[in-house]
Design a protein around this ligand. Structure first.
Ligand code: FUL
Length: 474
C-alpha cells in the first residue's frame, strides 16, 4: 500500500515537473502554456536539426575516371582502392565536428557501393577484396564505432540500368532502397538527388530517356515504405517532391535571410522559396545547406590546390548553421580509398574553430531580464564579444519575423549589425538557431528586441561569445 502511494506521489511529481517545463512566464508575469503557432516540427526533425553539421562522402566509379557524372558504361573493374579505410573517413568527419555521414551508395552512374542482389554493377564485380567487399557496411560500422549517425544517398536517376525510364525500374529502385534501409542499421536521412540528365548507357541502349519527375518515381508510395523501414529517417527533397527537409537552391554554401523552416505543400517551389522558405507555409520543411570542401563532389587531383580555406568554411558555417539551416559538408574520397590530407587538415581546423567558438558562453556571467518582447543581459564588468546566438524554441513553431540587437557601451546604446549581411539589411528570422556576427565590442549590457512576430515569441537560450581568430592551417 505504502509503495503504491509512493509510486502515485512520484508520478504526480513527475507530471507536475513536466507540466511546468511547458509553462513559461508571459508578459504579465503569469505562468501559462504557449499556444503552438503554425506548422510544428516532428520530434525527428528537431533531433535532425540539433545535429547541425554532418558530412557527405562522394565515392564511386567517377573517382577512377576523373568524372562528376558517370555515363553508366564504365567497367566495374575500375573500382580498385588500395587502402580503403572507412575508419579514416569517420575519424576525419568526427574531427571536423560532423555528427553523421551520408554516403553516395549509388550515384547517377548506377554503380553500387554495396553488393546489391539486384544488379552486377557493384563492388561485387570489382577486384576490391575479390568482389567480397561492402563499402556501405564498412562505413556503417565505422560510424557506430566513432559515435556518428549514418545515412545514404541513392540516386533515383540510374544511367546504367536497362529499365530506367520504364515502370520496372521503380521496383528495382525500391528493392535497392529496402536493401539499404533494412540491412545497415539506423539511418538519419535518405538523399534522393533531383538530377535527371536524360542521356545514359541504359544497358547498351545509349540514348536519351526523359521522365516526368513528378509522377515517374511515385514518391508517395516510396515514402510510405521508407516510414515503415525507418520511422525516424528524414527524407531529403529537392523541391519537386514532398520530403522532410529541403534543398536551399544552391550548392555554394549558404541559405537566405530570412530563412523560414516552412513551405507550401501545393504547387512548385521556386528557387527563391528554397532559399528563404515561406513565412506562411503550411508544412515544416527546414533547409539543408549542401556544399563541397572542393569545387567538385568527386575527387580530382587537379583540384588538390583548391580545397576551401578555413575562412571560407567558417563563412559557410555562419551562413548555414548560423541562419537556421544544417550544414552538409562534402569530402571526396581519393582513388586509393582515403580522404586527402589537405581536406582532413582543413576539416580538423574547422572542427576546432567551432569548438573554440562555443568554449566560453559569456551570457552565463549576465543577469537576464525578460520584459515582454525585450530581453536584456546585464554584466557586472563589460564583456568583449562579437557573436550572439539566438534560438527560438521551435517545438512551439517558428515565430519571429524581425528583431534588433543593441549593446550598451561607454554610456550609449549602439545597434549591432550582422557583418555578413549587406549594410541595408536588418535582422529577420531566428528559428532553431541564428548566429549574429558583429565587430568586437566591450558591452556592459546587451538587448534583444523582437520587432515583429507571427505570435508571442518563445525565445530559448541566448549565448554571447568572442569568436577565435581564423588561423589557416599550414
Ligand atoms: C547533385 C548531383 O548531380 C551531384 O553529382 C552531387 O551528387 C550533388 C550533391 O547533387 O544534384
Amino acid at each position: 500500500m505504502k509503495n503504491r502511494n509512493l509510486r502515485r506521489f512520484t508520478l504526480a511529481a513527475i507530471f507536475m515537473l513536466a507540466a511546468t517545463a511547458y509553462l513559461a512566464v508571459n508578459a504579465a508575469g503569469r505562468r501559462e502554456k504557449y499556444e503552438p503557432c503554425g506548422p510544428l516540427p516532428t520530434p525527428q526533425q528537431i533531433a535532425w536539426q540539433q545535429m547541425e553539421m554532418y558530412a557527405f562522402l562522394h565515392y564511386s566509379i567517377n573517382t577512377y575516371t576523373d568524372q562528376e557524372w558517370g555515363f553508366g558504361n564504365e567497367p566495374a573493374e575500375l573500382f580498385n582502392p588500395s587502402h580503403l579505410d572507412a575508419r579514416q573517413w569517420a575519424a576525419v568527419c568526427k574531427e571536423s565536428g560532423m555528427k553523421g555521414i551520408i554516403l553516395t551508395a549509388k550515384h547517377h552512374c548506377g554503380f553500387c557501393l554495396w553488393p546489391s542482389a539486384y544488379t552486377d554493377y557493384s563492388v561485387k564485380s570489382s577486384p576490391w577484396k575479390d568482389g567480397c567487399g561492402d563499402v556501405v557496411r564498412e562505413l556503417a560500422e565505422a560510424c557506430r564505432e566513432f559515435g556518428l549517425k549514418f545515412a545514404v544517398y541513392l540516386s533515383p536517376w540510374d544511367r546504367n540500368h536497362p529499365q530506367y525510364g520504364r515502370p520496372e525500374y521503380i521496383e528495382y529502385f525500391r528493392n535497392q532502397l529496402q536493401e539499404l534501409l533494412t540491412g545497415y542499421g539506423e539511418m538519419f536521412e535518405v538523399w534522393f538527388d533531383g538530377a535527371n540528365g536524360g542521356t545514359g548507357w541504359y544497358g547498351g541502349a545509349d540514348e536519351r530517356r526523359q521522365i516526368d519527375r513528378k509522377t515517374y518515381y511515385d514518391w508517395e508510395n516510396t515514402y510510405r515504405m521508407i516510414r515503415q523501414w525507418q520511422p525516424d529517417c528524414l527524407i531529403w527533397n529537392d523541391g519537386g517532391s514532398r520530403g522532410d527537409l529541403r534543398w536551399v537552391g544552391t550548392e555554394a554554401g549558404y541559405v537566405g535571410q530570412p530563412n523560414w523552416s516552412l513551405l507550401m505543400s501545393s504547387g512548385d517551389v521556386p528557387r527563391e522559396q528554397l532559399q528563404h522558405g515561406v513565412e506562411d507555409g503550411d508544412r515544416w520543411v527546414p533547409g539543408e545547406v549542401n556544399t563541397s570542401i572542393r569545387p567538385g563532389w568527386f575527387y580530382h587531383s587537379k583540384e588538390d590546390g583548391r580545397v576551401k580555406t578555413l575562412a571560407h568554411l567558417v563563412d559557410i558555417y555562419y551562413k548555414s548553421v548560423g541562419r537556421n539551416g544544417t550544414l552538409l559538408l562534402n569530402f571526396p574520397i581519393r582513388p586509393d580509398g582515403l580522404i586527402d590530407a589537405r581536406d582532413s587538415i582543413t576539416g580538423a581546423a574547422f572542427g576546432r574553430y567551432v569548438q573554440e567558438l562555443f568554449r566560453d558562453d559569456l551570457a552565463k556571467k549576465a543577469v537576464r531580464k525578460n520584459r515582454g518582447r525585450e530581453v536584456t543581459l546585464s554584466f557586472k564588468e563589460p564583456v568583449t564579444c562579437n557573436r550572439i546566438v539566438l534560438q527560438e524554441r521551435i517545438e512551439w513553431g517558428q515565430r519571429v519575423k524581425s528583431f534588433r540587437l543593441e549593446a550598451f557601451a561607454g554610456g550609449v546604446w549602439t545597434e549591432l549589425k550582422d557583418e555578413l549581411l549587406p549594410e541595408d539589411e536588418s535582422l529577420t528570422t531566428i528559428g532553431y538557431k541564428r548566429i549574429v556576427c558583429f565587430p568586437e565590442i566591450a558591452a556592459e549590457k546587451l538587448r534583444l528586441t523582437i520587432l515583429d512576430s507571427k505570435a508571442e515569441p518563445v525565445i530559448g537560450d541566448i549565448g554571447v561569445y568572442l569568436a577565435p581568430p581564423v588561423v589557416e592551417p599550414l
